[in-house]
Structure formats: C-alpha cells, structure tokens
Design a protein around this ligand. Structure first.
Ligand code: URA
Length: 205
C-alpha cells in the first residue's frame, strides 16, 4: 500500500472492515439484495453523515447516496458551501430493505431489530474515522447513533453528545424533502436543511 494511514487513521483497517461487511449476515436483510452498501469517504473525514439505508440505485451501484436522495444531498451540500469530499457518508443499515411490487422494489423502513443488528458497523466506522462531527440524517440514523428514539423536531439545530462523547447533530433525511407534496413547504424545508448543513460545516471549518 502506498499510504496505509491517512491523517493518523488506518486506511488498511477501514478497507478490512469494508471487506468484512460484504459478507454480513447479522440480519436477514442481506438475502434478497445485490450487495452490502458500505460507507465511503476519506478515513480522516472530520464530518460523518449517517443516512437510513441504501435505496434501489445504491443497492445496484454498491455506493451510498447515489440515487435521488443523494443528488438532493449533494445539491444542498454545495449550496451550504460544505465540501462533500471532506465528508464520510454511510448508512445506519447497510442493506436495502424493500418490498417487491411486480418489477419494482419499493423501499421498506428498517425496524429496530435491523437497526440494532447493523449498529456494530457504524460503531466500527466511528472508531476508525473518529469524525469531529457526526450528522444523523433522519430518525433511523438518530435511532442508530443514540441507541434510542430521538425526536427530530426537538433535537434539531443544536449540538448533541453521542454515547461515546462525540459531537452529533440531527437533521431531516433528504428523502423527506423529496416527498413533501406542497411546493412552498418543500422550498422552506429545503432551505432549513441547507441551513443545518451550513451549521455543521461551520463546526469543522
Ligand atoms: N437514502 C439513504 O438513507 N441512504 C442512501 O444511501 C440512499 C438513500
């Protein structure tokens, strides 16, 4: 390996973890999926974003946040002036949970058991990357990171402490913004999301 540590963090350890995750059978979700979708980004990233679970496109590509929610996330990050290349992006659940409707695979929400089974991976990612700031995108990510149900409306907009002492923030999931039927509300909520990203970006500036 040309560089086995980056910023004091072990790239080799991270690669070993990612490789191990390809064979994960901690819960039954792996069975009908294409592959594990592990986190990606610099191993010395100061900022970690945690989403819910891969979607249809992520399952096929094997990469997190490449579908519609990922595009929304990228756009909001650019607007907030946060450098996406400094962020590590991962999911609370590493396999796509879906219901088959004809040819379509429809997103199904992961349950507490699946979130808990997958939490081991997030904990390992946290330990290796040691981000200065972790951001939960939505309730599933918050449930995973804090180990309990967190109310987004109440916890949003302030620095919180993870069980390991790290700084964390909670905001909405980009898919929530994509689902809002009222355009005025969608614009307003999107602006709030960008503002949240700007705030977390300022914590690592
Ligand atoms: N939604 C997520 O939470 N994660 C992804 O990777 C894609 C969509």
């Amino acid at each position: 390996k040309a560089r086995d540590t980056i910023g004091g963090n072990s790239l080799i350890a991270w690669e070993a973890l990612r490789d191990e995750a390809t064979g994960c059978t901690r819960c039954p979700l792996y069975k009908p999926t294409t592959q594990t979708v592990f986190g990606e980004g610099p191993v010395d990233a100061p900022l970690m974003f945690v989403g819910e679970q891969p979607g249809d496109q992520e399952d096929i590509a094997g990469r997190p946040f490449v579908g519609p929610a990922g595009q929304m996330f990228d756009k909001a990050m650019a607007e907030a002036g946060v450098d996406r290349s400094r962020a590590y992006v991962t999911n609370a659940v590493k396999h796509f949970k879906f219901e088959q409707c004809g040819k379509r695979r429809i997103h199904a929400k992961p349950g507490a058991g699946e979130i808990d089974a997958c939490r081991w991976w997030i904990e390992q990612e946290q330990m290796l990357i040691k981000p200065k700031v972790t951001v939960a995108l939505g309730a599933t990510a918050a449930r995973s990171l804090f180990g309990k149900v967190m109310t987004i409306g109440r916890e949003r907009g302030r620095a919180l402490q993870l069980p390991d002492g790290g700084e964390a923030w909670i905001t909405v999931h980009p898919s929530y913004l994509l689902r809002l039927p009222d355009p005025a509300q969608a614009t307003e909520e999107y602006a709030r999301f960008v503002e949240d990203l700007r705030t977390v970006g300022s914590r690592i500036a």
